[in-house]
Write a protein that binds this ligand. Structure first.
Ligand SMILES: Nc1nc2c(c(=O)[nH]1)N[C@H]1C(S)=C(S)[C@@H](COP(=O)(O)O)O[C@H]1N2
Ligand SMILES: [Mo]
Length: 412
């Protein structure tokens, strides 16, 4: 199988907007040039907060101060997303060279019975370890397709991944500090600094309601795929809440507060990670009090093989595959169409490795003859909700776009 010679020109409708923005394109070329002479991964000085050493050179850079980097769909084909391919979404300046022997996690807040502080060694020795695959997806993944456009990182489809995480249950740690009866929410604080450099300001401090915090899959982790967390993905400690906007999965974690009200940290209010409580017309102005916090993410899927632009010989069946996920729920059906949604064909769909892990789907497609085709993919969840074919629910910050993923295929 080969790729189209001029994919970017031939398939305007499938273009990746962020990649083609002049700023993004120049940066990517400069880095690619560096990468090609020194090896497959991005370069940088170890532990520089502006360094993304170890990341795959095929990732798409949306911003470098701070780093916001996404993964093209075909690079997400792995069953378990590798460290070098997991997207980066930074709101501030990550800590440089954290001394892990001195790193501590404090649990407190008005609804904690007592304040407790743990070293990493204590966390690892006091509580049972759990290893799980959990899907994290940025609430703004897919933002680039909204019209009128929404400000923020212009994610296409790649702010998602499903690595295997190892750590302790958040529940066990919260219970060790003691949870008062009036607890309703938890909030996190990380050791990254605000972009202004002001030490009084947090770059982000979000959280989840108690029922999500106490789930068996809600983890405080120090390892990803059996190794230390990558520097840009929260080393040495982070939260992971599978299926919820990944902004809840606090990185460089140093403090958790148990709250008697909805956590009011940085990026909990205003338009951040919130959508209109009632649907609004595209371009509407929405008052802050009419915005609701995003919880479980909607059902979604990706085609990870083949890469868009594949060229296939006539008469040859094409094996197609990808992943599907559905927030707090399970994906129950997966279908593909090669005729722009006129007809659909059911795919094979695997069970998740554990709750809140993405699910592998596969199918084999036969094309009726030569020409241009698109493969469209549509996942449905256990509640009967499916992915829409068009960009759903315009909202001021461009969250929750779960429109069907499409790739172009040419039969010759
Ligand atoms: N401390 C801290 N935690 C954070 C962030 C951050 O900027 N600082 N970004 C959040 C957002 S918006 C997302 S989408 C995820 C991204 O996780 P990743 O960079 O490991 O992919 O981290 C979340 N946790
Ligand atoms: Mo995010």
């Amino acid at each position: 199988m080969e790729n189209f010679p001029h994919t970017e020109d031939s398939f305007k409708e499938l273009r990746i907007r962020g990649f083609l923005s002049r700023r993004g394109f120049l940066k990517k070329s400069a880095l690619a040039a560096l990468g090609s002479s020194f090896g497959p991964s991005f370069l940088g000085a170890a532990n520089d907060p502006y360094d993304i050493i170890g990341k795959h050179s095929g990732l798409t850079i949306l911003n470098d101060r701070p780093w916001n980097v996404e993964t093209p769909a075909h690079l997400l084909d792995e069953e378990i997303t590798s460290a070098e391919r997991l997207f980066i979404r930074n709101n501030g300046i990550p800590p440089s060279r954290p001394d892990v022997t001195k790193w501590t996690l404090t649990v407190g807040g008005e609804s904690a019975v007592r304040e407790k502080t743990f070293s990493l060694a204590e966390l690892k020795s006091k509580f049972p370890h759990h290893t799980m695959r959990l899907t994290i997806e940025c609430g703004g993944n897919g933002r680039s397709e909204f019209n009128p456009p929404a400000s923020g990182n212009q994610w296409t489809t790649g702010a998602v991944g499903c690595p295997e995480w190892t750590g302790v249950r958040l529940r066990d740690v919260l219970e060790n500090a003691g949870i008062k009866d009036d607890a309703v929410y938890i909030g996190y604080y990380g050791e990254d600094r605000h972009l202004s450099g002001d030490p009084e300001k947090n770059s982000i401090s979000r959280g989840v309601p108690m029922n999500k915090a106490l789930e068996a899959e809600s983890l405080i982790v120090w390892a990803m795929n059996g190794k230390d967390l990558p520097a840009m993905n929260g080393y040495p400690l982070r939260l992971v809440f599978g299926g919820w906007p990944a902004s809840t999965s606090g990185k460089w974690l140093s403090k958790i507060v148990i709250r008697n009200k909805i956590h009011d940290g940085q990026k909990m209010g205003g338009k951040s990670y919130r959508v209109p409580c009632e649907p609004v017309a595209p371009g509407s102005k929405v008052a802050e009090e009419d915005m609701c916090i995003i919880e479980s993410m909607p059902v979604k899927s990706l085609i990870t093989y083949p890469q868009t632009g594949a060229v296939i010989g006539e008469g040859r069946p094409l094996a197609v595959r990808g992943h599907a996920w559905a927030g707090d729920f399970e994906v129950s059906a997966m279908d593909t169409s090669i005729d722009f949604g006129a007809t659909w064909q059911a795919c094979q769909l695997a069970s998740p490795a554990n709750r809140l892990a993405w699910q592998r789907w596969r199918t084999t497609l036969d094309f009726p003859g030569k020409g241009y085709y698109e493969v469209w993919a549509r996942a449905s969840d256990s509640r009967g909700k499916s992915q829409p074919m068009v960009v759903p629910g315009w909202n001021p910050k461009g969250y929750l776009n779960n429109a069907s993923h499409r790739i172009a295929v040419k039969i010759v």
